[in-house]
Write a protein of this length. Structure first.
Length: 295
């Protein structure tokens, strides 16, 4: 009860402190603009470290036990990253992998604010003609200096809800596609554009992350909200898991239709993996494929 009373106060104090910290970072970002005409790489690196500082401060608040399975992600490797989308907490889940692999500074994700713009984040309208121009412009800067990067996206285009899942299933059924129960049908145009842009460059891999949540009493698929994330200990009440697959980008189909089919197959596999976890992941499960970090 005391925790419930104190939580709003903690949220207000934490929010004020985070706002102040971000304001300092914004000043650094403004100053970094002076570097842009002289060194694109230094401008990129300064803002990468600004981004990493912010993510690291936010990560420390979680108190979450995150387990991993699947393929080991190498340290310091650039990649295109996609994941299923269940909650705003998904961003932190991807950051948890990036932090362990030395890439949290170089995360590029859809976000908001002018500070994020200076960091090189991608602003999307979910209007393909507009988004394609932005994608090409941002990636052009990254490729020009061969900068380390994780370009992360959620191909479903929206967080999973019961209403959106029903609409997705209805659409897939009308097209004779496999029905998915734990993820939405992926939208592939943006991903295809990314793959085409990065073929033959220093970004040689694609990472496929499947994110899962478990709550001690509410069960599978229940993530914490953002207030809870930043104001209270998460584990052992919540458990978090990420399954990782890694693909060589040049091995992906070049034909757009076949590449779209490849993406859909990955989501069929995600759905099956999540369904399996739904049946087997309980509050007591430990060991097996669930590890704190890769060896």
């Amino acid at each position: 009860m005391l925790e419930l009373i104190l939580r709003p106060t903690k949220a207000a104090l934490y929010g004020s402190a985070l706002f102040g910290f971000c304001s300092v970072l914004n000043v650094i970002q403004v100053c970094s603009l002076l570097l842009a005409p002289f060194s694109k790489r230094w401008f990129y690196e300064v803002n990468a470290r600004v981004a990493g500082s912010m993510w690291k401060v936010m990560q420390r608040r979680h108190g979450a036990r995150i387990t991993f399975s699947g393929e080991k992600i190498p340290y310091g490797e650039s990649a295109l990253v996609f994941a299923n989308h269940r909650s705003f907490v998904d961003f932190y889940m991807i950051h948890s992998v990036a932090a362990r692999r030395g890439m949290v500074n170089y995360m590029k994700i859809p976000f908001y604010g002018w500070g994020m713009w200076i960091m090189g984040m991608l602003f999307i309208n979910r209007n393909w003609q507009r988004d394609q121009i932005k994608i090409n412009k941002m990636f052009g800067r990254i490729l020009d200096i061969e900068a380390p990067v994780w370009v992360a996206s959620f191909l479903e285009g929206s967080r999973l809800t019961a209403t959106k899942l029903a609409a997705s299933q209805q659409f897939m059924q009308s097209r004779g596609l496999p029905l998915l129960s734990n993820v939405l049908m992926p939208r592939t145009k943006g991903f295809i554009a990314c793959v085409q842009k990065f073929r033959g460059t220093h970004v040689k891999y694609v990472y496929d992350f499947t994110i899962a949540y478990y709550h001690r009493t509410k069960g599978f698929g229940v993530p914490p909200n953002l207030v809870r994330v930043h104001t209270a200990q998460l584990s052992p009440e919540y458990k978090f898991h990420i399954h990782c697959n890694r693909y060589l980008l040049d091995d992906l189909p070049e034909d757009e239709d076949k590449l779209s089919e490849w993406v859909l197959q990955r989501y069929v596999e995600k759905d099956a993996f999540l369904e399996s976890m739904k049946e087997t992941w309980t509050d007591s499960i430990e060991g097996g494929i669930w590890t704190e970090s890769w060896p």
